[in-house]
Design a protein around this ligand. Structure first.
Ligand code: ACO
Length: 324
C-alpha cells in the first residue's frame, strides 16, 4: 500500500521576541492574565521586510537538508497560509523560485487558517497515494502579526509568526498500523460559523488586508468538541487507541484547549507537546514548528505514532495520525 512518509522536518522563527510584559506596555493587559488564560509567555514577530515566503523558504531548506533531498527532486509544494506575501501569485511560487526548483512541478497555497497544515498534509497525501506526485514539500507559514489589530487586547496577545515544513515521500507499506507514514487523516469544515473568527477585509470586499476579529469564548466552546470528535475519527480509521499514541502534537492555540482535548481523548499531559508558551498561536505554522522541535529534541523518534489536530477559522478542523 502506498504511504506518504515524513522524511525530514524544518522550521524557522523570526529573531524578534515579544514578551507578555512588553505587550503590557502596548495594551491594557498583564503577563498574569495572558499566561493563566492562554499559556502564552512570548511570541516571535517578523521584522520589517521579513515575509511569509522568507520564513517558509528557510523552513523548507531545513526540511530538505534533514531529508537529504535535493530541491530539484521535489514534485509538489503545498503551502498553507492565511498571510501570503501577495494576493497572488501564491507564496508557494515564490518558495519554488527561491529554492531554485525549475522542474515545473505544481505548487499552490492552501487557506484553511489554523487548520491549514492538516489540510495541506491531507491534500499532499492524496496526491502521493494517487501517484500524481512522489516527493512533496508541505509547509505552514504565517506572519499573523501583519493582520492583528494591535489595539485589540482580546486578539493581539494570542498570535505570533513562524514557519514549519516537512518533506513527504511516497513509499510502500504493508497496509497496517505498523507502516511508517500517514495512517489516517480527516478534514472538515462548517461555513455557518465563519463569523466567529475572520478577517474584516479582503481584495473583493474592502480592497484592504483587514484585521483579525474573533469571538474568543464561542471559538473556545466549539474547538474542544470538534477537535475531540475528529481525533476519535482518525483513531478509529487506523484502529488505534489513545495508549498507542507516543506524542500528541496539537495546533498551539490555547493551553486550556490542548489540555481539554487531550483529557477528553485520554492522552496524559506528559504526551502533549507544547511550544505555545514560546511561539503563541502561529496558525498554519504551529504544528510543523512543534513537530520539528519534537524531532530535533528527540521527543519524537522514528517509529513513534503521532497524533496531530487543528481547528481554525471557517470553521475548519482536522486531524492526522502519522508514524514517523
Ligand atoms: N488582557 C486582559 N483582559 C482581557 C484581555 C487581555 N489580553 N483580553 C480580554 N480581556 C478581558 C475582556 O475584555 C473581558 O473583560 P470584561 O469581563 O470586563 O468584559 C474579560 O477579559 C473576559 O473576556 P473573554 O473574552 O470572555 O475571556 P475568556 O476567558 O474567554 O478568554 C480567550 C479569552 C483567551 C481569547 C479565550 O476565549 C480563548 O482562548 N478562546 C479561543 C480562541 C483561540 O484560541 N483562537 C485562536 C484561533 S482558533 C484556534 O486556533 C482554535
Amino acid at each position: 500500500m502506498r504511504r506518504s512518509i515524513i522524511t525530514g522536518t524544518g522550521s524557522c522563527l523570526p529573531g524578534k521576541i515579544l514578551t507578555n510584559d512588553e505587550l503590557s506596555a502596548m495594551v491594557d493587559t498583564s503577563d498574569e492574565w495572558i499566561t493563566t488564560r492562554t499559556g502564552i509567555r512570548a511570541r516571535h514577530i517578523a521584522a520589517d521586510g521579513e515575509y511569509t515566503s522568507h520564513l517558509a523558504t528557510t523552513a523548507a531548506r531545513r526540511a530538505l537538508d534533514a531529508a537529504g533531498t535535493r530541491p530539484q527532486d521535489i514534485d509538489l509544494i503545498v503551502l498553507a497560509t492565511s498571510t501570503p506575501d501577495q494576493t497572488f501569485p501564491a507564496t508557494a511560487a515564490t518558495v519554488q523560485a527561491e529554492l531554485g526548483i525549475t522542474n515545473t512541478c505544481p505548487v499552490f497555497d492552501l487557506q484553511a487558517v489554523c487548520s491549514g497544515f492538516v489540510y495541506a498534509l491531507t491534500t499532499a497525501d492524496a496526491f502521493l497515494r494517487s501517484g500524481q506526485a512522489t516527493r512533496a514539500l508541505v509547509i505552514g507559514a504565517e506572519t499573523f502579526s501583519r493582520i492583528l489589530d494591535w489595539d485589540d487586547r482580546g486578539t493581539c496577545v494570542l498570535f505570533g509568526d513562524g514557519a514549519g515544513a516537512v518533506v513527504l515521500e511516497a513509499g510502500e507499506g504493508r497496509g497496517d498500523v505498523s507502516d511508517r507514514g500517514i495512517l489516517a487523516a480527516r478534514i472538515h469544515a462548517d461555513g455557518r460559523q465563519r463569523d466567529l473568527l475572520y478577517v474584516d477585509g479582503g481584495p473583493s470586499t474592502t480592497q484592504t488586508t483587514g484585521f483579525l476579529r474573533m469571538k474568543g469564548r464561542e471559538v473556545f466552546r466549539h474547538a474542544v468538541t470538534r477537535i475531540a470528535e475528529v481525533m476519535k475519527e482518525v483513531m478509529e480509521d487506523a484502529g488505534v487507541s489513545a495508549d498507542d499514541i507516543a506524542l500528541f502534537v496539537p495546533h498551539q492555540a490555547n493551553i486550556r484547549i490542548l489540555e481539554g482535548t487531550a483529557k477528553k481523548i485520554g492522552i496524559p499531559s506528559e504526551k502533549v507537546f507544547i511550544t505555545l508558551d514560546r511561539h503563541g498561536n502561529t496558525s498554519a505554522a504551529s504544528i510543523p514548528l512543534a513537530l520539528d522541535e519534537a524531532v530535533r529534541t528527540g521527543r519524537a523518534r522514528p517509529g513513534d505514532l503521532l497524533l496531530l489536530e487543528a481547528m481554525g477559522g471557517g470553521f475548519t478542523w482536522g486531524a492526522a495520525l502519522i508514524r514517523l
